[in-house]
Structures are given as C-alpha cells and as structure tokens.
Design a protein around this ligand. Sequence first.
Ligand code: UDP
Length: 236
Amino acid sequence: MTKFKRILLKLSGESLMGNQNYGIDSQRLQDYATQIKDIHQMGVQIGIVIGGGNIFRGLSGSQKGFDRVKGDQMGMCATVINSLALSSALGALGVKNKVLTAIRMEPIGEFYSKWKAIEAMEAGYICIFSAGTGSPYFTTDTGSSLRGIEIEADVMLKGTRVDGIYTADPEKDPTATKFSEITYDEIYTRGLQIMDLTATTMCKENHLPIYVFNMDIVGNLKKVIDGEPIGTLVHN
Ligand code: UDP
C-alpha cells in the first residue's frame, strides 16, 4: 500500500523548458513521463495539471500590450499544448491517459467533469486537466488546487525545481533553511510564496495538503510516493 491513493500532481510549464529559453525540452518531457509511469505502476490514481509558462503567461502579455483576458486565454491554450505533449509522451510509454479540458475543445480533449475524471482514474487512466480553471485572472496553481479538491485527492504534489520550502529564497540567501513541514498559517505569517494566495487559500480552506519537492531530479516522484522525506509538507 502506498501512502496516497489518489494524487494531484502539479507540474510547472517553466520546468518543461529544461535548459531552453522557450517551449518543450523533449528530454525533460520524457523524464517526467517516465517518473509518472513508475508511480502509476504502483497503483496510485493520478490527476495532473501542467502550467503554460514555457509558452505564454497572460500577465507578462498584458505588460507588453496584450488585452489581459485574451492573454490569459492564450496562456490557457499554452497549458493545453503542454498537456497534449505530456499525454503523447505517456502514451508512447504505454500509459493510458486522457486530456480533459476546462473549455470545450473536442476532439483535442474531453470536456472536464469531476465524475468523468474519477471514473477514468478508477479505470486506470491518468487524467491531465488542461486549460486551468477555464477563466482568466487565475493561474494553474489555482487550477490544480481546484481540481485536487474536486477529485478528492489525498495530496497535491507540487513538483518544482527546488527541493521544498525555505525560510528565504535559497537561490538568493545561503543562510536559508528548509522546512520538513509547515502549517498554512505559518506560510501566511512568514509571507512565504509557495503559490499565489488564491491557490494557497483554496487548499487551506478545503484541507488539501501540499507536498513541495524537486521534480527535476529523476526518481524523486517515486520517493515522495514511498514516503521519503525529501520535500516540505504544508498542512493545516
Ligand atoms: N491561466 C488562466 N486561467 C487559469 C490558468 C491559467 O488564465 O485558470 C493562464 C494565465 O495567463 C497563466 C497562463 O495561463 O499565466 C499559464 O499558466 P501558469 O502561469 O500558471 O503556468 P506555470 O507558471 O505553472 O508554468
């Protein structure tokens, strides 16, 4: 028996760039798919949300003169592109999966519903939830909080390029120390930014714990599922 029966895995679009400045690095994509296949074989039910920051972000677009809502819609389309890439990589490894979209766009993906997703996960499909929440002014962190709560996941696993939450940004402050666990209240009082506040608050109010870990090291996802303390757990 693994620690978690059902998880929501959040992957950032930015990480998908690997060492490139833009787009999808095929090695990184392959590494993600392999890690996901490994935990799928352990019997974990998996929902995935992937960001779009490697292609387009609405907020940066609006700073360059794009209409914010159209920019966010472009960002949501970017998450669909990444979701299709991940779906294709998983399919190539023989892993059954479905792309569900928050905005109708058949035949690219099926229109999302909670029950469709749960039925598919129980039948052994990985569900990739794309287009975020379907609404502008949100992020894919909020999208993954929402989907994680809806599908009744035991935890949201937030795969990042750092190995957890620190007292300060470890890339800027060498004295920063890592938490093995931390409460949501402490996240607020210390002003730590693990996700945007909307996403964090949704998880807090609905008692969805978050586990932050470094997904860019191959093998780490399995370690998290095995219960190895490699990241930071956020809880109430
Ligand atoms: N986005 C949106 N609504 C959502 C989710 C995403 O409008 O519910 C847009 C927004 O413009 C965002 C972009 O999609 O900047 C890409 O998502 P995000 O920035 O969260 O990607 P990540 O940082 O995880 O790569």
